[in-house]
Design a protein around this ligand. Structure first.
Ligand code: ZN
Length: 144
């Protein structure tokens, strides 16, 4: 493995787990650490790792610190699921409209760095290359 360079980001964004903390208290701390990532990923996505990297490093922790319904929501809806959890918590208004990916630099659905699909860009549309959601410029993604 001489000269092999491993991609370290997924490891470096793994949330640290405090030792010697009661299991219940630890779960609350883990959950809050995830919520901090969610808030940041929605408000300023380029300041945190993209969803896929964060999720691969923290999926197990999410499974242990969130109810199953929220774990499934996050697994399938990704950053959109995180937004919904913050809305359920009352941290974001029910009619919260995420930023355009052209402004934020990231897709508000899948949480990946935003790359417009070339075919969409050619006709003036905005469509995420990662998840395929088509965006309206002002109001975020089209409703499904
Ligand atoms: Zn996307």
């Amino acid at each position: 493995m001489i000269g092999a360079v491993e991609y370290q980001d997924a490891e470096s964004c793994r949330l640290s787990r405090p030792k010697n903390v009661l299991q219940g208290a630890s779960r609350v701390a883990d959950r809050e650490a995830c919520l901090i990532y969610f808030r940041q990923a929605i408000a300023e996505p380029l300041s945190v790792p993209p969803w896929s990297e964060w999720w691969s490093a923290n999926e197990e922790l999410v499974g242990e610190s969130f109810p199953l319904v929220d774990y499934v929501r996050l697994k399938h809806r990704k950053l959109w699921g995180a937004q919904q959890i913050l809305q359920i918590e009352g941290e974001l208004p029910p009619d919260f409209a995420p930023q355009s990916p052209l402004v934020s630099g990231a897709c508000c659905r899948c949480g990946e760095r935003f790359v417009n699909q070339p075919e969409a860009e050619a006709i003036g549309d905005v469509k995420c290359s990662s998840c395929g959601i088509k965006y309206l410029f002002v109001h975020g993604p089209e409703q499904e």
